[in-house]
Design a protein around this ligand. Structure first.
Ligand SMILES: C[S@@+](CC[C@H](N)C(=O)[O-])C[C@H]1O[C@@H](n2cnc3c(N)ncnc32)[C@H](O)[C@@H]1O
Length: 343
């Protein structure tokens, strides 16, 4: 599928389902061209979110489990699995599992992953296409990838997925940066907490601070950066215009957890904080919704108190992870997690 061949009517049909949240009702992949059109556009944009998540994990020096199965649940065209393999490596998996309620999607995802290995000249591990029920069993001891599936699952589907997650070695789950999906991820975080430790976005292993009544209106979301082609290539401009969105804004929610072991218990660094969403900018100061072990609260930072940090935050180029110096709810200085990943 190329941009010239792209059929916007197909995308429109998909988009209506996603927007009206009716995508969960029935399998909507009518033919391979649906998947190819999705893969070139919506999935690529989802891939940019995965790039942001995977870069963060690398900066935070997280070592994912290896020599385990890698399962992509609700795989669609397979973008999550391909991005994972691209960032983390092609070689270390005992098997790859693509799972979806749609057989067509599983075939497409498997084919796309095969091509990825061929193009890299790497030997292909076993790839299995498994129904959601069978994938639940295969997820035991795996790295479980989940991407943009939450709002298509009913209660039973969600429960099955959470049960599968509870058997995994690690879970890496990316969703749109919307209220409902974020809140659902928070529930999953809390449900897995006994056996798993949060790797990201959290900087701590305490209960989620979003769950207090005061924070009811907030949700845990973050912004990635679209790659340069989103600004320079005409077809992306056209796609963004058609969608009616600014492609530069890339909101997402995510959750990465790994099974607790004696070694990884001490990994979180509770004196570090994470800024949620975008800071709000006022004349001479910023308001930052801040998450740390003690809870989620709004902080205020005056430019004159911390000029360099203020600039750093406004540019928004880096991970929004900081070690503040504070006077109550006022930030008076501190340091940012830098590109070397000092966390
Ligand atoms: C929006 S697509 C996301 C696909 C892919 N994970 C991505 O990020 O591009 C949601 C996928 O979930 C699948 N799906 C929906 N309900 C499901 C269920 N109950 N069990 C398994 N897969 C399901 C759909 O067929 C579709 O492929």
């Amino acid at each position: 599928m190329t941009w010239e061949e792209l059929d916007y009517a197909r995308l429109e049909a998909l988009r209506v389902r996603f927007l009206e949240r009716t995508a969960g009702d029935a399998d909507y992949w009518n033919d391979e061209a649906d998947l190819a059109s999705y893969d070139l556009t919506f999935a690529e944009r989802i891939g940019w979110k995965w790039d942001a998540v995977l870069r963060e994990l690398q900066l935070r020096q997280w070592q994912p489990p290896r020599q385990v199965p890698l399962v992509d649940w609700g795989c669609g065209s397979g973008v999550a699995l391909r991005r994972w393999l691209q960032h983390v490596g092609l070689a270390d998996w005992t098997e790859l599992v693509v799972s979806d309620r749609s057989a067509r999607a599983m075939r497409y995802a498997e084919e796309s992953v095969r091509r990825q290995y061929q193009e890299a000249g790497q030997p292909l591990p076993t790839i299995r296409q498994l129904s959601p029920d069978a994938a639940a069993a295969a997820a035991t001891g795996s790295v479980l990838l989940v991407s943009h599936v939450m709002n298509e699952l009913d209660g039973a589907g969600r429960a099955r997925l959470i049960e599968a997650a509870s058997q995994a070695q690690a879970v890496v789950w990316v969703e749109p940066g919307a209220y409902d999906e974020s809140r659902a991820l928070i529930q999953i975080r809390e449900a897995l907490m006994r056996d798993f430790r949060p790797v990201a976005p959290c900087t701590h292993s305490a209960g989620c601070g979003m769950l207090t009544e005061d924070n009811n209106r907030h949700w845990c979301h973050h912004f990635g950066r679209a790659p340069v082609e989103a600004f320079t290539e005409g077809h992306w401009a056209q796609f963004g215009k058609w969608l009616g969105i600014d492609l530069r804004a890339l909101p997402y929610s995510f959750l990465v957890m790994e099974r607790r072991t004696r070694e990884n218990e001490s990994v979180p660094s509770p004196d570090w904080s994470r800024a949620i969403g975008h800071p709000r900018e006022y004349k001479g100061y910023l308001k930052i919704l801040n998450c740390q072990a003690e809870g989620v609260e709004e902080l205020m930072m005056q430019k004159r108190d911390a000029k360099a940090l203020h600039k750093h935050i406004r540019k928004g180029k880096y991970l929004p992870i900081y070690r503040w110096r504070r006077k109550d709810a006022k930030v008076v200085g501190g340091e940012a997690l830098d590109q070397e990943g000092c966390l």
